[in-house]
Design a protein around this ligand. Structure first.
Ligand SMILES: NC(=O)c1ccc[n+]([C@@H]2O[C@H](COP(=O)([O-])OP(=O)(O)OC[C@H]3O[C@@H](n4cnc5c(N)ncnc54)[C@H](O)[C@@H]3O)[C@@H](O)[C@H]2O)c1
Length: 326
């Protein structure tokens, strides 16, 4: 069975990617510091404890498992924190990824899939963002992702086959109930709304209600984490079919539909059958008013499509938050 190195595989999205890889007959080798991830989330393959910036540890992991592909999800993820600590974000997410790309080249990796973000687009110039939209990061977090995309573009001219998957807002949890979102601190809307509704967390703070949108709150495109995970398996297969001379392609992964933060809160209250206590706070620096993806390219090229809507994402989040380890 062919091994795939999954950096950040102990995290929220990474653990779902590991499950999808295992379901498709591949062996996910989780490579993670466990700084933010969880040992309990590593269930579908071995764990290699290591940092993506550590070339020696990477060589050891490659020597032991001989992965033919990398899915690179490791990184820090909080936009607000990145505004306060830009260098830490640029170092962990971009500078250290250079060491990982070097290792990929040294070990003749056939396919490199990277977790990028729709935040690289910055202020939208159109209703739906396609992959050809200008790159204009509004936060150090988004800047770190844009830098990695540039580095992958350069490495592709030396033969690397790479795909940058620009996720919109990942949400939901595995239907089997074994894994889900468990960030510390949690900054994502659906788990915060669900926890507030269940009385497991204080009232949710709505980050800005004066955006130029229909109800003043930000509009986002929510995509189920298991649909995201499926796209990684498809991207690996797609890359292996591409010319060996190397390439770098970006793909949007969203639902193609936007919901405002207020709409998502109302939907959570409806599905949960109880109100979501919330209050209005100021905008968070680095946030774009509207991020909704054009997913035509991913549909066409990867044969991928989203299968679980916002209601399903909320139902899965509710089920997970009631039983998750805290
Ligand atoms: N969650 C979202 O909605 C979203 C949206 C767009 C992009 N992304 C990207 O997807 C990826 C995964 O996000 P997530 O929500 O699962 O985050 P997460 O924090 O749950 O997982 C990230 C994992 O990376 C590990 N890690 C961090 N730095 C590392 C390093 N230097 N070396 C090795 N391991 C390291 C952490 O320990 C953690 O397990 C991130 O790169 C994130 O930027 C997430």
């Amino acid at each position: 069975m062919s091994a795939v190195l999954v950096t950040g595989g102990a995290g929220y999205i990474g653990s779902h990617v590991c499950k999808a890889l295992a379901d498709s007959g591949l062996t996910p080798v989780c490579y993670d510091t466990l700084e933010k991830g969880h040992r309990w989330a590593v269930r579908w393959g071995p764990l290699e404890h290591g940092d993506i910036g550590d070339g020696q540890r990477l060589d050891e992991a490659f020597g032991r498992h001989r992965p033919r592909a990398i899915v690179h999800l490791a990184g820090y993820i909080e936009v607000g924190e990145s505004v306060r600590e830009p260098e830490r974000y640029l170092h962990n997410n971009a500078t250290k990824t250079a060491a990982l790309i070097d290792a990929a080249m040294r070990h003749g990796v056939e396919a490199f899939v990277f977790s990028s973000t729709c935040a690289v687009y910055g202020l939208p110039q159109s209703e739906l963002l396609s992959e050809s939209h200008a790159i204009a990061p509004m936060s150090p977090y988004a800047e770190s992702k844009a830098r990695v995309e540039t580095a992958l573009g350069k490495a592709s001219s030396s033969g690397l086959r790479a795909a940058s998957l620009r996720y919109f807002n990942a949400a939901g949890a595995d239907a089997g109930g074994e894994i889900g979102e468990a960030h510390q601190p949690e900054t994502h809307l659906l788990p915060l709304a669900v926890d507030a509704a269940l009385g497991l967390a204080p009232p949710l703070t709505l980050l800005g209600t004066d955006y130029p949108t229909a109800d003043g709150s930000c509009v986002r495109d929510f995509i189920h984490v298991s649909d995201l995970a499926d796209a990684h398996v498809r991207a690996l297969h797609w890359l292996r079919k591409q010319p060996a001379s190397g390439l770098h392609e970006a793909f949007n992964l969203g639902s193609g539909s936007g919901f405002s933060v207020r709409e998502a809160i109302a939907e959570t209250a409806r599905i949960g059958g109880r109100p979501v206590p919330h209050r209005v706070g100021p905008r968070r620096p680095g946030d774009s008013p509207r991020l909704v993806g054009d997913i035509g390219k991913s549909r066409r090229e990867l044969g991928w499509r989203p299968t679980r809507d916002l209601a399903a994402q909320i139902e899965d989040t509710l089920r997970w938050r009631m039983k998750m380890p805290r």
